[in-house]
Design a protein around this ligand. Structure first.
Ligand SMILES: C[S@@+](CC[C@H](N)C(=O)[O-])C[C@H]1O[C@@H](n2cnc3c(N)ncnc32)[C@H](O)[C@@H]1O
Length: 440
């Protein structure tokens, strides 16, 4: 991860700035070629602008062009050495203001003052938190029609390849950044991301970098978001480099500002044969030098292509292996899926059978329920009948007991009467008794 403290250490303390950053333009044939071939065509619609903000200028590789495209330029870098170098280099340009930042803050910039915000070949080394901090502030710092052009990392989309070792983060790109995250965050803070060019950097076939254009929502530049995937970004560099020497000015012309072909002007006239031959020899040796340079450039291109081819080949092999592994895994998973399917079918069948059985049992239970109801009502009727009969029985018993008691009493009376009669019989003569009809 490229943290802010790593950036400070790298650019403020460790980096050898002897060449002022021009060494990063070698692939283009120099900063001039890179600016006019690659950068200026991309931003030319937005410049000249009133106030330009350049974030992370380094030693001023792009500041030298931006300063001539505005009435006021603000440069902000986290490395003190870079700000000092810019101050010295552009001492003759009083419209430039310089600030050292903590790596996220734009507090020194006036709200609504920036017509064009620019950063190239710097924010590719920061993580998403830094991009978010700058975007959030630019939503306020940009003027109503202000536009931003940020070059940042898109390497986050390859996180899995980097983690597996299939891809190397060669150019120290911020691993948490993607074009998509950048767009979404810009929109969240009230900016409109109007265009994103995804580009390869170096010889890689990966779209590791992104150039994002953004503006304030509702500005005159606002339009639907567009994305272009540019895998030929490095061809631009090759083209620029091959043309750069052809259109370059001589050193002498550069130093006095006049286009002069020193070789021609100082070439001896045709007066003497010797001087003509001398001119031819010089011309031929110049030509030879150029051809040698072209030859070397071609060899370098060839070596780069070979290297690129090897990278592609290695990547292809890694992908083939991954595809093979995935194929095997897929086979295994399919087998497991089929087994699960069969198990599921069996379970389904068992479930259907259990369901049918359950329904049959439910029917039986229902029938038994009805039967039970009937039996219960019969039982209730019988028990009511039994209580009636029992009542009647108890009444009869009572009556029987009473009748028994009455009978006993009558028997007692009969017995008493009989004994009275026996006594009378024994005391009355039989004749009188017969008269009285007491005996026959
Ligand atoms: C590779 S140099 C490029 C400089 C310049 N843009 C160029 O292309 O020559 C990276 C620059 O980014 C600056 N930088 C890195 N992180 C930064 C941050 N968070 N805020 C401001 N500047 C930062 C460094 O101090 C350094 O000057």
């Amino acid at each position: 991860m490229a943290q802010t403290r790593d950036n400070i250490r790298r650019w403020n303390e460790e980096y050898d700035w002897t060449e002022g950053g021009d060494e990063w333009s070698v692939a283009w044939g120099g900063p001039d070629a890179q600016w006019f071939h690659t950068l200026y065509p991309r931003i030319r619609k937005f410049v000249p602008a009133g106030t330009i903000l350049e974030i992370a200028p380094g030693f001023g590789r792009w500041t030298q062009y931006l300063k001539d495209l505005c009435s006021s330029l603000v440069v902000v870098d986290l490395a003190q050495v870079c700000i000092d170098a810019c101050k010295t280099r552009f001492a003759g340009s009083p419209h430039i203001r310089y600030h050292v930042t903590d790596g996220k803050s734009l507090a020194m910039v006036e709200d609504g003052s920036i017509d064009f915000a620019f950063s190239f070949d710097s924010l590719v080394h920061v993580e998403m938190d830094v991009l978010e901090a700058y975007l959030e502030q630019l939503a306020v710092k940009l003027s109503p029609d202000g536009v931003g052009f940020f070059h940042h990392s898109n390497v986050g989309v390859y996180a899995a390849l980097i983690a597996s070792g299939t891809m190397t983060n060669h150019h120290w790109r911020g691993e948490s950044c993607t074009a998509e995250k950048f767009r979404r965050f810009a929109e969240r803070v009230g900016l409109s991301c109007i265009g994103q060019e995804l580009a390869n950097w170096g010889q890689d076939q990966y779209l590791t970098d992104c150039m994002s254009l953004f503006t304030r929502t509702g500005s005159r530049w606002a339009r639907p978001h567009q994305v272009v995937e540019n895998l030929r970004f490095m061809l631009e560099a090759q083209m620029a480099r091959s043309l750069a020497p052809l259109y370059a000015r001589t050193e002498a012309a550069d130093s006095n500002g006049t286009l002069r072909m020193e070789a021609q002007r100082s070439a001896p006239g045709p007066e003497s044969r010797q001087s003509r031959e001398q001119a031819v020899i010089e011309f031929q040796s110049r030509k030879l030098g150029e051809m040698e340079a072209q030859h070397n450039a071609l060899r370098a291109d060839l070596a780069q292509l070979r290297e690129h081819f090897q990278v592609v080949e290695r990547d292809r092999e890694a992908r083939l292996k991954a595809i093979e592994q995935q194929g095997r895994k897929l086979g295994e998973i399919e087998g497991q899926r089929n087994a699960l399917r069969a198990e599921l079918e069996q379970l389904g069948e068992r479930f259907r059978a259990a369901n049918e059985d359950r329904e049959a049992r439910l029917k039986v239970i229902e029938q038994q329920g009805w039967k039970l109801g009937e039996i219960e009502s019969q039982r209730d009727a019988l028990s009511a009948e039994r209580s009636t009969l029992q009542g009647r029985l108890e009444n009869l018993e009572k009556k029987y007991v009473a009748a028994g008691e009455a009978l006993a009493r009558q028997l007692e009376e009969i017995a008493a009467l009989r004994s009275q009669l026996d006594r009378l019989n024994s005391s009355l003569p039989v004749k009188a008794m017969r008269r009285l009809g007491l005996i026959g």
